[in-house]
Write a protein that binds this ligand. Sequence first.
Ligand SMILES: *Cc1c(COP(=O)(O)O)cnc(C)c1O
Ligand code: SF4
Length: 452
Amino acid sequence: MFKVCDLTENVEQSDEPPSSTVSCRADAEEGSAAPEYGHLRKNGCWNDWKWQMSNRIRNLSQLLAFFPTLKNEIELPNVIKKYPLAITPYYASLIRRLDRTDPIFAQSVPQIRELENLDCLSEDPLEENEDMPVPGLVHRYPDRALLIITTTCSTYCRHCTRKRVAGTRETSISPRRLAQVSAYLNAHPEISDVIVSGGDPLTMPTDALEKVLSTLRSIPSVEIIRIGTRTPVVLPQRITDELTDMLRKYHPLWINTHFNHPNELTPESAQACARLANAGIPLGNQSVLLRGVNDNPAVFEQLCRGLVRMRVRPYYLFQCDLVKGVEHFRTPLSRGIEIMEYLRGRLSGLAIPTFVVDAPHGGGKIPVLPNYIVSVSPTHTVLRNFEGMLVNYPEPGTNNAAIPQPGKHSLSSVWDLATGRSSAIVPGNTKRYQRRKNIVKNEGPAAVQEKF
Ligand SMILES: *Cc1c(COP(=O)(O)O)cnc(C)c1O
Ligand code: SF4
């Protein structure tokens, strides 16, 4: 089912499903069920991103050749008709279990539940279409705008928030539209940051992408260009030297990518990120909290640690939007808060993303955190840390000496902290306090006064 790679192949033609009559040289047994990835990986085609693009799983028969157990899911043709299917051979090769408990499978293989509907869901819950002064340009915040330059992705994520756009047609921005965008940005110099998005911008041929970047760079008020792309995750072969040599001409350029699970951290994706970072491009990651995929504190911790090792800074963790076709991935908001509670204190702040709800009705991103403010008074704010220690933080000019002190560490209440009568309530049984107590025990009672 795999085509022989042809480096001259035009990627623009890739929306044609690959012909099943041409088989890859390395795919010895034509028509066999799941392909032997070992062979494919050794074949010269595998590392060619255009081969990966034109050999995507695009239709039901190709999908069933990979995953025969899906045969019984008769509604799948309707799902695929509504929300297109594409999976790169590379991304498919990361599947370890052929069912929905596998995080790669869950993110890329269509399922019937995408057709579920509820009153609170819509095609465009963020109302992006209503914030578009020019089609494709979302101007929501005063100083930045998001530009959709293509509807193509190499792999269509089943949880995509732009399901209304991604893959419905595989097209890219026209020169006429780009000129309109440029005119709008020139007329709105308050926009200093443009996020190039899609679809996936890095599925475009390098010269077509360069036209967009050079147009944006020619606008004096545009300071920062950002690209949002899932390519390092689903098509890392795309990050070639040819691409990074082009990208580095348009600094300051930032890239946000979209890793959701530690199984996506592979030698290939690490190399793709290294190439981008070596081209001087700061890398961030935007994850989506997905039920059954990454809604587990320990799994998410592993992802964050792995990303930092790859020089990718976890930037946002998104609560699932109220978008049609994604309901089965949605978690309670409390799950995200629980994960944030777990991460803080355990991981460096460098590895902790901001958990956000992208508000319905185009309200924008709203950060959501566990409560760290326990109480406030005119003189003190009572905070808690990850261990449950309560401390007060005095406002400027607060003079505790003026407040009657019942004793620094008498049994105190939150009110005592808020009014400055006491400065901390310390949990007795955390590892850290046990360690402190041992130091104190060894150093004698005088140290008790100093250390507590
Ligand atoms: C997310 C988003 C941005 C960028 O927001 P940051 O917080 O700066 O990353 C800009 N415009 C739109 C429409 C967005 O959805
Ligand atoms: S890569 Fe991005 S735009 Fe494309 S399907 Fe995935 S989430 Fe949607």
